[in-house]
Write a protein that binds this ligand. Structure first.
Ligand SMILES: [Mg+2]
Length: 256
């Protein structure tokens, strides 16, 4: 396990009364060139399954991806989850949200613009739209300008910046809202909340668990974070989860 160069301490291993919330990209999974290119290690699936059971079901994925995409990625697991940065929740899906008709023309214009920058990618998530430039740094400024310019056509929408991505999404929902909502329901209610995430969108989640005297764990060494603890990278997160699974479910872990 690599040493953690962050100023922040590593999180302790969990106890059985934790509620564990896990961001996906850049936290559980290493980044890929495209959103569809990520790899989910088999060991991780086993560790998540054991931890989910050991925590009485109080383990949830918290992602900007759709729930359907999360289920496909982590199949055959179907974990409690917050999708689309809080717009979707397992068991309490905000099904009332439908994309405004203006989003179709914005999507078409975004694809036209991205086509001018090889490697730039427009991800259609239904109600939200993500503009990626991880493989096309020259597209960052034009995609930012585009996103700002079309906001006026999308009432109730806001920009959500991330790492090499900017997202157009309905305002008023974030990962912190999603975590808070799950914490009001069983089996999460009454447990100590712990959230692990890497990106700026995860700061809302850090604020939510800090406000409830939980632990917030930053993946990486970013200085401008409200997190109280840190792990170095997704590899370190997966190693911590492996140790956690062994600590909380030793007899099951030993049998597999
Ligand atoms: Mg992330």
């Amino acid at each position: 396990m690599s040493a953690d160069p962050s100023r922040l301490p590593r999180p302790p291993l969990p106890s059985a009364d934790w509620a564990l919330f896990l961001d996906v990209d850049g936290t559980l999974l290493d980044f890929s060139c495209t959103p569809d290119g990520v790899h989910v290690p088999m060991d991780l699936l086993g560790d998540l399954r054991r931890l989910h059971a050991a925590l009485g079901g109080a383990l949830a994925l918290v992602s900007g991806r759709r729930l359907e995409t999360l289920d496909a990625l982590f199949s055959p697991l179907q974990l409690p989850a917050i999708g689309l940065h809080g717009l979707q929740r397992r068991g309490a899906n905000d099904a009332g949200h439908a994309p405004p008709h203006e989003l179709a023309s914005v999507l078409a214009a975004a694809r036209d613009l991205a086509a001018k920058y090889p490697g730039a990618l427009v991800e259609d998530k239904g109600i939200t739209l993500a503009l990626h430039w991880r493989n096309a740094p020259a597209a960052e400024e034009p995609l930012h300008e585009f996103a700002n310019s079309v906001l006026i056509d999308l009432p109730g929408y806001a920009l959500q910046p991330g790492r090499d991505v900017i997202e157009l999404r309905p305002d008023g929902h974030d990962k912190g809202d999603g975590i808070a909502a799950l914490l009001d329901t069983a089996p999460f209610r009454g447990r100590m909340p712990v959230f692990i995430g890497d990106d700026y969108t995860d700061e809302h989640g850090f604020d939510a668990v800090n406000a409830r005297h939980g632990l917030s764990v930053l993946v990486g060494t970013r200085a401008d974070s409200a997190a109280t603890h840190a792990l170095h990278d997704p590899l370190s997160v997966r190693a911590w989860l492996r140790d956690a699974a062994h600590a909380l479910a030793p007899e099951v872990a030993a049998a597999t």
